[in-house]
Design a binder for this molecule. Sequence first.
Ligand code: HEC
Length: 628
Amino acid sequence: MKIVDIPMNKICILVLLLIAAACTPAPEPTPDINTLVEGTLTARDQAAARAAPTLVSPDSDSVFDNIAEVKLVWSWIRPLAEDEVYDLRVWAEGADHNGIARTQDSQFDLTNWLLDRKPGKYYWTVVVVKKDSAGSPEDELSNTPAEYSFTLSKYDMNIMDLPEGFQSKLYARLPITQPTVVTFDSSGAMIVLALDGHIVKMTDEDHDGYAETSTMLFDDPGDKVNYAVGLAFHDGKTYVSDAGRISIVSDSDGDGKLDSIQPIIEGLPTWKHTFHSNNGIVFGPDNKLYVGIGATTDHGPLQDKYEASILRMNPDGSDVEVFATGFRNPYDLTFSPKGELFTADNSPDEPDDTLAYLPPEELDFVQQGKNYGFPYVYGVAGNIGEYTGPVTDFYTSSASSGLVYYSADQFPPAYHDGIFVAQFGTGAAFPKQLALQNGQMVVFVTLTADGKGGYTGKWQPFARFRTDLAVYNPIDVTVGPDGALYVMEWNTGTVYRVTYSGNEQIEATSEATTEAAASTSADANSDLVAQGETIFRSGANGAPACITCHLLENGATGVGPSLLGISEIAGSRVSGLSAEDYIRQSILRPNDYVVEGYASGLMYQNYAGQLQTSDVDALVAYVLSLKK
Ligand code: HEC
């Protein structure tokens, strides 16, 4: 603020004021800050203009167990000028001051910043700076108020939407990063494996439903373990599957910590194709070890005798055999109590001359000697000739990872004898730079015997992660000794416990009543919309998924225009065509009307040849339901 430019007449007024103030020890005049900023400052007023912002809330006694509630509020003596901003600083106890945001609001929602932070004490303060300043102390336009603090208890947060009657609660905040497997040992303790090989035990000593105590069982001395994605226990031994091998990890000196790695098999195909390796491991009722092996390519050709298969071997690694084959990347395996084996298989995501579209992912019922189609056929339509089709298809590139067969009693009967699959969600790309938005949820697959010794299945979303909050990537699921479902999230390194507390009896009755009351046509339409969503997200009959070009996120740009809110404009696109007819025509005869700004022929041209009329009906219903 410059004093030198003060015009003469104002100085006279100031002088008069000063004299008046000297003569009359009257109440101090409140400085008119807006005038002051224009440049008529006394020393005292200058100090007032530099007044520190007032921190309002939360006050320093606040304790939060829900990060969604942490909102910082402050005020200042005058409105900010256009080129001024609040510089908000937040830091954890013992850490450096950290400028986290510049804003002209006088409040800030801290939820996102806190998402991957640890419980503990946090401090915050606010100072006014010039918008484009570097933030050095001499750029500060106000004084800095003494910091406030608040405490984040072992916080919980509702990061997933579940069916009615279910609830999730934070069970563990892991002391490792990039967790890959969550399981329980024979004593009922939760054991977690990390990608870098660390193995940690999480226990809830005070039985309050939160595992506060962690014990590092294996910290990979010598850094020998890499890309560890499989963990199993058998006969008192701990087995780990990492890049190219499976090993028994044991405690050689009896100090209670694992320290020695004894490979039982080595040289398995690993990382020939990114992320593809020997994956999850499980022991069968036959006391044999089963492991899923990823393919060495995105979609062929085959070049290694063990790739793209599920191997079976003795616990010491002898007698290795290909148990079943034709998988692309079977990431995890699960046995039912009847001893039936299931896997979820990831689909290719690099289309080229030999692969025209992104096929769906699969849930497969794995039987000895069978071939599940990779790299020749994918999806239900592939249930032909020597190739066994899947139990069900998932949306393309959902990145199905951990899965578990549910046979406990904590969940209601509708969930018994089905399979939960964690779908990581992916950055798979078609065209390359576009990320698909499938996955990021846990799905549940119901199994129905098909009368021919196999199963057909239907899946539905079970836990949808709150993608409005952050990117969440569920990596594994397991069932605890208590029958609850434990869901592990990769980015935050957390495990959530999902339980059921609804009263199914009452719910079933009230649902039946509502259903009877609801018009049947509304039900039929919602079925149609659901069917349309499946085709939109994973394609059908060899035709590509619409989502590869029409992204479903507001503001995201794909190859094609956004279809969100299209029902509002579709009816006026072509005169004489209703909204419904226009969308039908856009799918079947894409070049009849080309949206402004787009080239003709960009949209996939052969839906008319590949989709059934009923597929198109479903797509039209779904596209019309898309809101902004
Ligand atoms: C290969 C990319 C691609 C795929 C796959 C694709 N589209 Fe398109 N789509 C486009 C492009 C580009 C346009 C704009 C140019 C045009 O009108 O032909 C478009 C236009 C449209 C329009 C008109 C939008 C408007 O604003 O008027 C609709 C409706 C539509 N597509 C629906 C679909 C549906 C449904 C599917 C899946 C069955 C699908 N599209 C698959 C690229 C694609």
